[in-house]
Design a protein around this ligand. Structure first.
Ligand SMILES: CCCCC/C=C\C/C=C\C/C=C\C/C=C/CCCC(=O)SCCNC(=O)CCNC(=O)[C@H](O)C(C)(C)COP(=O)(O)OP(=O)(O)OC[C@H]1O[C@@H](n2cnc3c(N)ncnc32)[C@H](O)[C@@H]1OP(=O)(O)O
Length: 205
């Protein structure tokens, strides 16, 4: 039996991860402030633009950055679901379980809202697509999403812990079948069935 294993990158307390954590807070705070806020939004926009100017001045060329992103341990640091370097990632941490499944718990806030007080369906789709991909990686045979079928059973709440699961259910030649779910308080909110095809695009170099 395989011991449980962290499959996503551990966020660092310093460096770019700390700045990304601050950026996530800015996104959330802007949405919370809204158009009725008494904060000086013109000045805030100038400050944020000067932060971005500073980052751009010190960034490598885009093609070099693409190479670096896909090198070594970097592969799970930048994706839009689990990446500690990606400010649009919630971020979700996934643990590979001894039974072959993967599991993670996260709470989503205002930036991910769809219906009032609930998670946008496309966000659930993004999270499940990625989780199924990681489940395939954990199972040892992975590929690209060819089909993703979602069933939205009940609205998925914001501000409450959500359990995200994925498990590979079968491999037939290049076809990989994987399923998963988002649950809240023990109830399934969204379930997913995916068909993945064993194929990998070349990494930039
Ligand atoms: C992303 C990888 C990261 C790797 C990092 C490494 C380590 C990090 C560790 C953990 C992280 C791991 C994973 C992260 C997870 C990421 C999840 C994100 C996944 C994605 O976000 S990924 C982007 C969205 N995805 C696409 O962008 C695909 C676009 N698409 C294509 O690239 C082609 O379309 C392809 C490749 C799908 C197939 O093309 P192909 O030429 O290779 O194969 P072909 O067409 O011959 O099909 C062979 C057999 O599959 C059947 N088949 C094909 N497609 C079907 C369909 N849609 N429905 C039903 N059956 C289908 C055929 O009917 C035939 O069946 P048969 O053999 O029986 O005739």
């Amino acid at each position: 039996m395989t011991a449980p294993q962290e499959l996503t990158a551990d966020p660092h307390q310093d460096g770019v991860d700390a700045a990304v954590t601050a950026a996530r807070r800015v996104i959330e705070s802007l949405l919370r402030a809204g158009s009725g806020s008494t904060a000086e939004m013109g000045r805030i926009a100038d400050q944020l633009n000067s932060v971005a100017d500073n980052l751009d001045e010190h960034a490598p060329a885009m093609n070099q950055r693409m190479v670096d992103m896909w090198a070594g341990e970097g592969t799970t640091r930048h994706d839009p679901v689990t990446g500690p370097e990606n400010a649009i990632a919630p971020p979700l941490q996934l643990i590979g379980q001894s039974d072959g499944s993967v599991r993670g718990v996260l709470t989503l806030g205002l930036p991910y809202q769809g219906p009032p007080g609930h998670v946008h369906g496309g966000i659930s789709a993004l999270i499940l697509d990625h989780t199924l991909g990681v489940a395939n990686h954990w199972a040892g045979v992975s590929g690209m999403t060819a089909e993703l079928t979602l069933r939205y059973h009940r609205p998925t709440p914001l501000f409450e812990p959500l359990t995200i699961t994925g498990v590979q259910t079968g491999v037939d030649g290049r076809k990989i079948r994987t399923s998963g779910a988002v649950t809240a308080g023990g109830e399934v909110c969204v379930s997913a069935e995916g068909l993945f095809i064993a194929k990998h695009l070349p990494r930039p170099r």
